[in-house]
Ligand binder design. Structure first.
Ligand code: FES
Length: 81
């Protein structure tokens, strides 16, 4: 299975692969960010409330995060510059 990113409804971005070593998360400087827990699927915050960004800590549930729209209907936003 290829590396798969799942947009979870009202939740995080789940990232999975047959071999977790295929998934490399880096910061804006290119420094590798180690996974929070070895052997568990990686889950990235997209609500902004996590205390352990870039990872999801489940805070989206307490803050009542709701998808703003169907991602298939999202406008194509190209940054200026
Ligand atoms: S998506 Fe889970 S804490 Fe933000």
């Amino acid at each position: 299975m290829p590396i798969t990113i799942t947009v979870r409804k009202n939740g995080s971005l789940g990232i999975s692969a047959d071999d977790a070593a295929q998934i490399v998360l880096v910061d804006s400087e290119g420094t590798v960010i180690p996974p929070r827990a070895e052997g568990r699927p990686m889950s990235l915050c997209r609500c902004g409330a996590s205390q352990v960004k870039p990872f999801c800590d489940g805070s989206h549930k307490a803050m009542g995060f709701i998808d703003p729209a169907d991602p298939m209907d999202a406008p194509d936003i190209t940054p200026a510059g």
